[in-house]
Design a protein around this ligand. Structure first.
Ligand SMILES: [Zn+2]
Length: 471
């Protein structure tokens, strides 16, 4: 096979660690200079904090700078301010405007230049290549088009690779699309693939007998167990992508043991979860400030899980519409490795990120929605369950109850004990403290077995909330 065909940008994707780090540092310098010269927010921020931009020379120097968050962006755009202080290019260079709602509802504005689009396309292009896409692939895009950039940038990346896209925008398309066009791939999410598979079966098309060769899941995190189950019912690989309007866009390669971060385009640090984003913090106060008086413990070693902090990287001459430095993504992950992958790529790999907004604390034990999902999708359970679930947490300082509702294939043919035991074993397995609380009756898990269509989230519009804290 022509080796060139395996990569989107072979030279960069397979660059030695030393060269890659030098390239990143070169880009850090230009990025900081660009931020100072083009962004109202950063100009003020560097000046106010007496940061001499020439002193920021390497990616390690970024760790000396405070963090910003989604709320920093919101506080620097209308209606809070007259201007969009994060906008970092002139109007004639901006080619599109986007909004992301984040978790709190108020949209954050993002301005994109052609350069930005090129980079978004390149990031997804690399991911598709690493997942074995070829120009003869047919791809159904089930991600929604709109103010988010995901679906559009993936479609443009596919176009660039001569992949044929079918831009459905959601996963409720008629089954004839699969029968008539014989697509090879679908971009969607775990639950979209689950529901589509059910619809196909109702229409006498076994997912395994369809033309689909691979599935690409994005938009939300998922458990290994749910991925395995989807792979089983479809008989194909499911690849992971991690993307956001802020400009992450990391793709899992065919090795399926971590998501490659395009390190020359975005810089990613893993910070301790207790570090708060505070752009107003003055650097000279750092030693007095508890948040940043933690030069060792602020930053986590590879393998440790913490906040994903993101910095856009620009090449000389690039224009960025919205530039982010040390941006708290509200997602958490850990670095798996910075060594060369068996796919030939040298860019680091991270674990499947989880949303901080989907994490609850039960007696100081972090439980994420994905942990609940892992318990539901225990293989034996799937003989009885559809996979759809929701969970609610009740309680106070002394007692907590997790109520988990699962949708059953058939209520009259159900082994509740098997499901309960598998779930409890899965959720307590990695957590001795929670296990102790469970056996002391301080932490209780109760089950609610429902027939199809009876989960509460079906009554609510939008993406299902599967872990709801009612304490
Ligand atoms: Zn790889």
């Amino acid at each position: 096979m022509n080796k060139k065909n395996l990569y989107y940008n072979e030279k960069i994707e397979t660059m030695d660690r030393g060269d890659l780090d030098s390239l990143i540092d070169e880009k850090v310098k230009y990025t900081i200079k660009y931020a100072y010269e083009n962004s109202k927010f950063y100009k003020k921020w560097f000046d106010k904090n007496n940061i001499e931009i020439n002193f920021i020379k390497t990616h390690e120097d970024l760790r000396e700078l405070p963090l910003i968050s989604g709320s920093t962006i919101k506080k620097n755009q209308p209606p809070s301010t007259n201007a969009f202080n994060f906008k970092s290019a002139d109007n004639k260079s901006i080619v599109s405007i986007h909004e992301t709602s984040g978790t709190t509802g108020t949209p954050k504005s993002f301005f994109l230049t052609n350069n930005d689009w090129d980079k978004y396309i390149e990031k997804y292009g690399r991911a598709f290549k690493s997942q074995g896409f070829k120009s003869n692939d047919y791809l159904i895009m089930c991600a929604s088009y709109g103010m988010n950039i995901g679906a559009e940038s993936m479609s443009l990346a596919a176009k660039k690779l001569n992949i044929t896209t079918i831009p459905e925008g959601k996963c409720t398309f008629p089954i004839r699309i699969l029968k008539n066009y014989k697509p090879t791939s679908i971009v969607g999410s775990i639950f979209k693939f689950l529901r589509l598979a059910n619809r196909m079966k109702e229409n006498k098309l076994e997912p395994k007998d369809s033309s689909i060769k691979r599935l690409v899941a994005g938009g939300e995190s998922f458990s290994d167990e749910s991925r395995k189950y989807i792979e089983e019912i479809w008989g194909v690989d499911v690849y992971n992508t991690y993307g956001s309007t802020e400009g992450t866009m990391c793709g899992e390669c065919s090795e399926k043991n971590g998501i490659h971060v395009p390190e020359d385009l975005i810089h990613l640090d893993i910070y301790n979860n207790n570090v708060e984003a505070d752009p107003n913090m003055r650097l000279e106060n750092l030693s007095e400030d508890s948040n940043f008086n933690c030069s060792e413990s602020c930053f986590l070693e590879d393998g440790e899980k913490g906040k994903i902090i993101l910095t856009t990287l620009l090449s000389k001459g690039d224009k960025a519409g919205t530039l982010l430095i040390n941006y708290d993504t509200d997602d958490s992950s850990s670095v798996i490795t910075r060594d060369k992958c068996d796919c030939g790529r040298t860019h680091m790999k991270i674990n499947n990120p989880t949303r901080d907004a989907e994490t609850v604390n039960i007696f100081d034990n972090e439980i994420n929605r994905v942990d609940i999902e892992a318990g539901v999708f225990q293989r034996e359970n799937m003989e009885y369950l559809t996979g759809e679930y929701e969970s609610f947490l009740y309680g106070d300082n002394t007692q907590n109850t997790l109520r988990i509702s699962v949708e059953c294939k058939n209520l009259s043919n159900l082994d509740q004990e098997i499901i309960e035991n598998n779930f409890i074993e899965s959720i307590l397995r990695k957590n001795d403290d929670l296990k102790e609380k469970y056996y002391n009756n301080e932490f209780e898990i109760i089950f609610n077995f429902l027939e199809k269509g009876k989960l509460e989230f079906y009554k609510v519009k939008g993406r299902p909330k599967r872990l709801i804290d009612r304490r």
